[in-house]
Design a binder for this molecule. Structure first.
Ligand SMILES: NC(=O)c1ccc[n+]([C@@H]2O[C@H](COP(=O)([O-])OP(=O)(O)OC[C@H]3O[C@@H](n4cnc5c(N)ncnc54)[C@H](OP(=O)(O)O)[C@@H]3O)[C@@H](O)[C@H]2O)c1
Length: 165
């Protein structure tokens, strides 16, 4: 929400979320939809249905197509992958922006959580307008395994580590 606010996402805009199937991406798709944007999700082929189910009107498999070649330009491109992996795609993405369009990355500064957004997220979760996407759950003793899976770079949404008392 921090990055969508910074980019000024609002109703009627075309927003592309690059890395739409990760933890940040699955949230960004849903929140951009909540703000009224027309969302294009960019993810691997195995995750297209998941991203569509979160509200993306268009889903592009980055292994099969180039989202910057889409016919209509984007008002906002949000990189939810991180620049270490997304640098090439972001360079291309600038060509696919409207005049005055904004390209912003999850790496562009540390998110600040505004109180009004925390309240909004609570409301949206409470009414199931947004849902957390949970891929796998691990016990605390399986922490190393959990890290290995996350380090693969292809988790779907979030990975949970349960700490029981
Ligand atoms: N999770 C958090 O709480 C959090 C908090 C702060 C910052 N961050 C940062 O935000 C970034 C994303 O983290 P994350 O936890 O959401 O997800 P992640 O596990 O790092 O992966 C995000 C998504 O990126 C896609 N991906 C991987 N390689 C790609 C490539 N070369 N090109 C395009 N897409 C690619 C994968 O989708 P496919 O499997 O479909 O390829 C994956 O679903 C990271 O840089 C992380 O450090 C995360």
């Amino acid at each position: 929400m921090h990055f969508l606010r910074r980019a000024g996402v609002r109703g009627g805009q075309r927003v592309a979320v690059y890395g739409a199937s990760g933890a940040v991406g699955t949230s960004a798709v849903q929140l951009a939809r909540h703000l009224g944007a027309d969302v294009t999700g960019v993810c691997g082929g195995a995750n297209t249905e998941l991203v569509r189910s979160l509200g993306a009107a268009t889903v592009i498999d980055y292994t099969a197509g180039d989202f910057t070649q889409n016919q209509e330009p984007y008002d906002v491109v949000f990189d939810a992958v991180g620049k270490r992996k997304s640098a090439d795609a972001l360079r291309q993405a600038r060509r696919a922006l409207t005049p005055g369009g904004i390209c912003i990355s999850v790496d562009d500064g540390t998110p600040k959580l505004a109180a009004r957004d925390l309240t909004l997220l609570k409301e949206l979760a409470g009414t199931k307008a947004i849902r957390p996407v949970i891929d796998r759950c691990y016990r605390l003793e399986q922490m190393a395994e959990a890290h290995r899976y996350v380090d693969s770079g292809h988790k779907k949404g979030n990975v949970i580590v349960t700490v029981s008392t």
